[in-house]
Write a protein that binds this ligand. Structure first.
Ligand code: ADP
Ligand code: MG
Length: 693
């Protein structure tokens, strides 16, 4: 053998790969030898316990291997076409049957060596109905998988999983030697401490596991590495943007905070108290707070935000509350002025539509610190608005607010504390993966006495009765939303379905009701105008696309009809439903889907009002890649880690990463060279994004 293989070499030069196969591998994201070594099987077949064909008996659940001696498609009387193959090993013959899969006739050839596993039954003789089958070899080849647990790889056009397996098998030992010569990203002391396999060992078990348990151990070790590198990135970001920077150490003056607590018309929930103590502790620290507050719709985030703002204000600092839209800013302003009625705090709403002179006067009040609590849209910091003593920034609905914008809040001198609030519950594992540079607080409890929204699923044929129900509620003084889905990602069509429905309803069924239309293509001021009229109760029925705002609060709205519900994601449905159930009256969410049995997603939706539960179900049904446009949010692509199963592993990765960065913030020690290199090669963009030099 020549010089040791370099893992960075193009895969094309490996044994069994040429330009054509290299191209096919490229489609799987495999370009270098390293990529191939880390190509994760999507499953394993256990061929360690193969039963000789002669020993197969009806009633058994078994795995057998044999050569195809004859095959064909058998029509049956019930028009079901069955693919059948007879396989043979040294001990005998058995018939295999695949009902309803005649297309297999093209895939399986006479002479192929097949592995089949499934139940053995009696049907004109013994027969096996494979639950699973694999072509182990083409004519004449020896099936090397016999007696092993073997991987089945994701394949692609021009390259079967069998061919990939052969390529890996031919080269594995050479590649493992190369992998063993590289320094490990996870320091060895850590591997031992956490009981992880070394990369070399893990990669061997990934491709050639002695047992299924070894394959899982390999996956777990490689998953840890993935999670760990990302968490090191986040620990670095927290170090650079929190620990290393000068923040404000607020004091517990308790002048405003206590008065506010005493005047509050309700008692804080246990969850509100818990997150407030986390936020408080953070604010007392002389370093900037960078915290995410997650809470389901209606969990009472605004009050929490107010406590924090009052803490800043009683320390003679200004606090800013930023909302994603003008309308939400106005709504916050209403709530805040109401709750602070008896306290002497100067509240300023920096609206968009101000006349020049008004705006100048408002900016002057910010610059002179006469305005203590400032409410506006995200534009508050995007434009050059000068605060005299900005101590705390609260950002409502963080998902429209990027990392860059957040970092722009930093100041010369002392950075303000930052709290971002999100009403989109996501499981902790996803939160740590997407927002790992932030500390995270969770409001996982609703204030007492809320009536859960009653959700019912109806097929479209029930629309007349559903609309009749809307009318009854409106007659009783309530308000309603009727929401239409995005159709094939086309905003034009999406607007059309809502528009047509609106025209139809306003002419016809609801011609005597106050009804209005809102959609994303309307000019912003028109939209705001419609929303204002709905908020004030002058509109009874609002027909809309999904533009109705996250966070909008109309307690008198008690009905939501969702049309074409199968077009919505689970989390989106939950956000929509959050617009009702905000007052004392019983609220309803009426979900219309096309005929037949409703999809699983809708069944889950109707079964719970708990946003966190819904988020978990959504993840399981859709996978992480699709979840809430997760990719857009920069969710890294993991090959081994599974955020649903690997929660404990992720927590360990996060703790460990924090420990390492605490000891060696810039990974300067030679011991961390491999880790620093992995970080740079995998997260170059992100390092720049977080200003981590
Ligand atoms: P969100 O978390 O969705 O922003 P809000 O802050 O708008 O929720 O709160 C929803 C409603 O619950 C508001 O009317 C608020 O006054 C009320 N609320 C908040 N905390 C409590 C509590 N501890 N007890 C009773 N009502 C509360
Ligand atoms: Mg809110």
């Amino acid at each position: 053998m020549g010089k040791p293989e370099s893992l960075d070499r193009p895969v094309q030069y490996l044994k069994g790969v040429g330009p054509r196969r290299a191209e096919a591998l490229g489609k799987l994201g495999i370009h270098t030898v390293r990529d191939l070594l880390r190509h994760a099987p999507h499953r394993y077949v256990d061929a360690t316990t193969v039963t000789p064909i002669a020993k197969l008996a009806p009633g058994m659940e078994a795995t057998a291997i044999g050569e195809v001696v004859s095959k064909g498609v058998i029509p049956t009387r019930r028009r079901l076409r069955v693919f059948q193959a007879v396989i043979r090993d040294a001990t005998g013959l058995i018939e295999c049957a695949w009902p309803g899969q005649p297309f297999l006739d093209r895939a399986v050839r006479k002479g192929d060596t097949l592995l089949v596993s499934g139940p053995v039954r009696f049907f004109h003789g013994r027969q096996i109905q494979p639950r699973e089958f694999t072509i182990l070899a083409r004519t004449g080849d020896v099936a090397e998988e016999q007696g092993t647990v073997f991987p089945v790889y994701p394949a692609t056009a021009g390259l079967t999983h069998r061919q990939i397996r052969n390529i890996v098998r031919q080269n594995l030992d050479t590649l493992l030697t190369a992998a063993g010569a590289e320094e490990s990203v996870v320091p060895e002391t850590l591997q031992r401490e956490l009981n992880l396999a070394s990369p070399r060992q893990a990669l061997e078990w990934l491709h050639r596991p002695p047992s299924l348990a070894h394959a899982e151990e390999a996956r777990r070790s490689l998953a840890f590495e993935e999670l760990f590198v990302l968490q090191v990135l986040y620990a670095r970001a927290r170090y650079e943007n929190r620990d290393k920077r000068q923040g404000i150490a607020f004091e517990r003056k308790n002048t405003l905070v206590r008065a506010f607590a005493e005047a509050l018309p309700f008692r804080l929930t246990a969850a509100q108290k818990k997150v407030l103590s986390e936020i408080s502790a953070d604010m007392l620290q002389p370093r900037p707070m960078n915290r995410l507050l997650q809470g389901d719709v209606g969990s009472g985030k605004t009050v929490v935000a107010l406590f924090a703002m009052l803490r800043a204000i009683e320390n003679d600092y200004q606090a800013a509350l930023m909302a994603p839209t003008e309308l939400l800013a106005e709504q916050h302003h209403g709530t805040v002025t109401r709750l602070l009625r008896d306290l002497s705090v100067q509240v300023e709403l920096l609206r968009g539509g101000l006349r020049n002179s008004e705006r100048r006067a408002a900016l002057e009040r910010l610059a002179s610190a006469q305005a203590q609590l400032v409410i506006g849209t995200h534009a508050l910091i995007q434009e050059d608005v000068g605060f005299q003593r900005l101590g705390l920034v609260i950002i409502d609905e963080q998902h429209r607010f990027g990392v860059r914008q957040r970092l722009r809040l930093r100041r010369a001198g002392a950075d303000p504390d930052v709290l971002v609030m999100s009403a989109t519950p996501i499981p902790r594992s996803l939160a740590l993966t997407l927002y790992g540079d932030l500390d995270i607080s969770v409001l996982d409890e609703l204030p007492p006495g809320r009536q859960p929204v009653k959700t019912v699923l109806r097929s479209e044929s029930a629309r007349p009765r559903v609309l009749e129900f809307v009318r009854e509620q409106v007659s009783a003084g309530r308000q309603a939303y009727i929401v239409y889905p995005v159709i094939q990602e086309s905003e034009a069509l999406d607007v059309r379905s809502a528009t047509e429905a609106y025209e139809h309803l306003s002419r016809d069924l609801f011609s005597d009701l106050e009804i209005a239309l809102i959609h994303g293509r309307m000019p912003a001021d028109e939209k705001d105008d419609v929303m204002r009229r709905f908020v004030s109760g002058r509109i009874a029925v609002l027909v809309s696309t999904t533009v109705i705002e996250v966070g909008i609060d109309v307690p008198n709205a008690t009905v939501m009809v969702i049309e074409g519900a199968e077009r919505f994601g689970l989390s989106q449905l939950h956000q929509l439903r959050g617009r009702v159930g905000r007052g004392a009256e019983q609220s309803y969410c009426l979900v219309l889907h096309s005929g037949g049995a409703p999809p699983q997603r809708l069944l889950v939706f109707a079964s719970t009002n708990d946003g966190f539960e819904i988020a978990r179900a959504d993840l399981r049904l859709r996978g992480f890649g699709d979840f809430f446009g997760a990719r857009q949010h920069g969710l890294p692509e993991f090959h081994f880690a599974d955020l649903d199963r690997d929660v404990a592993l992720l927590e360990t990765a996060r703790d460990t990463a924090a420990r390492i960065i605490a000891e060696d913030p810039t990974l300067a020690h030679p011991r961390q060279a491999a880790l620093a290199r992995a970080l740079r090669s995998e997260y170059r963009e992100r390092l720049r994004l977080y200003d981590v030099g």
